[in-house]
Design a protein around this ligand. Structure first.
Ligand code: ZN
Length: 164
């Protein structure tokens, strides 16, 4: 397994056996596993970031670099935050996942393909400082407002200060 810092842009592999019905791809330890060869090829076609999906997943690699360059620490923090967000499940079943600070940064910046190309990222630390009460406000706005997630986050921080 490669250390986060040694992965520049995320790459895909297509395993022979696919055990995840309902999923097109899954990312683990800085590698995307796709169900089809076509998806693998379209991801690997370019050494640069050329899709929001690739950008999103590469941001997660840079975040793992920011957690002492450790996949273990990254996943522990990721799962711990999901557990802390569980009360948000009353708003939407996916809210505990959406409001994980790593996901907030990845969704917030996935349109900016240059973003994860400049080394470590650390905006997730600012999202991590949000209280559950504040996360509840963001989740409600997103799941009840029919607006893009990045727009909701941008709006929240325009009104309340911090992340840019
Ligand atoms: Zn993600």
């Amino acid at each position: 397994m490669k250390k986060p810092s040694s992965i520049k842009v995320i790459k895909a592999t297509c395993p022979k056996i696919w055990l995840l019905p309902g999923f097109r791809a899954i990312t683990f330890f800085g590698r995307i596993y796709t169900k089809t060869k076509a998806d693998m090829c379209s991801i690997n076609l370019n050494d640069n970031i050329d899709s929001n999906f690739k950008c999103h997943e590469t941001i997660h690699v840079r975040q793992a670099e920011d957690t002492h360059d450790s996949w273990f620490l990254f996943y522990i923090l990721y799962i711990w935050q999901w557990v802390c967000n569980l009360p948000l499940i009353t708003i939407h079943k996916r809210a505990p996942y959406r409001l994980i600070s790593f996901e907030m940064e990845a969704f917030f910046k996935e349109n900016d393909w240059q973003y994860p190309m400049n080394g470590k990222v650390s905006l997730w630390r600012k999202f991590n400082a949000l209280k559950l009460k504040e996360k509840r406000k963001i989740a409600k706005r997103y799941y009840e407002g029919n607006l893009p997630y990045w727009y909701v986050l941008n709006e929240y921080f325009k009104n309340n200060g911090e992340p840019v």
